[in-house]
Ligand binder design. Sequence first.
Ligand code: ATP
Length: 292
Amino acid sequence: MDQPVAAEIVNLHKTFKTGLGKPVVHAVRGIDMNIRQGEVYGLIGPNGSGKSTLMKALLGLVRPTEGSCSIFGRSSLAPDSKEEVGFLPENPYFYKFLTGAETVSFYGRLCGLSGKSLKEKVRELLELVGLADAADRRLGGYSKGMLQRIGMAQALVQSPRLLVLDEPTAGVDPLGSRDIRNIIENLKGRGMTVFLCSHLLEQVQEVCDRVGVIFKGLLIAEGSVNELTRDSDKQEILLEHASPELMERLKEMVKEDGRAVWLEDGHPRNSLESVFLKSLLEWKEKHPNPEP
Ligand SMILES: Nc1ncnc2c1ncn2[C@@H]1O[C@H](COP(=O)(O)OP(=O)(O)OP(=O)(O)O)[C@@H](O)[C@H]1O
């Protein structure tokens, strides 16, 4: 049975006027989409395809030209719909002179937290995003990946049930991206619904349960990662240490059956990103205390 819906987008259209006598821009052209409770949904699409506009409409930051958006059954245009949602924008701005702890505390106060509960929340979130050790360092000295993680802590400060992330790993190196993916997986394990957009397809593939593909304001494909990536016309057999003779025999058998058979160069490929991460992890294991 399908999970209950966390966010619903119905026949969403958004056009922008760009000036007197100039043509309007159709950023989103009639999108229907559901984000189910507890899932990680990834929206992918090239630059200018309408991802941010759709997210902003869902967050009630832009008013639909036509159609509607709702979060846990409440219209996105209603102020109380914001109570359940945390947002990390594409290029968040933070005060560089504040420390990590002060930053999260600042956003916590804006959300009405104070005293012991605020202190406890700040500690818990810095722990969750892996910045407990950097809590008292100023943001001016944080890396891009650390800033994105502080951004996630900020988005989580009011304990939302839906987390919306606009390009959470943009400009972050593969190690930093992996940290962010781990946080998303951890949040999913705690029952959080996550809606993210990205053009880093491989990362979306690794972390998302379902993916929507948006192009020129239209949702042109949607499904689970398995459904979308499976080539149902073909089957792949992986053999360990197969001898050339065995390979020849197998090829002959398949040919006798009248089917096409391909033998690439014999070995399946890992993604460059997974090779890069694996090499770094192996090196770190071998060098637990590297020289600075
Ligand atoms: N405020 C605005 N005024 C006019 N046009 C806009 C406005 N916001 C977005 N657009 C246009 O709407 C279209 C979709 O933009 P949007 O930012 O939603 O795309 P995107 O997929 O998020 O792109 P990117 O990956 O580059 O962030 C683009 O043609 C953009 O120029």
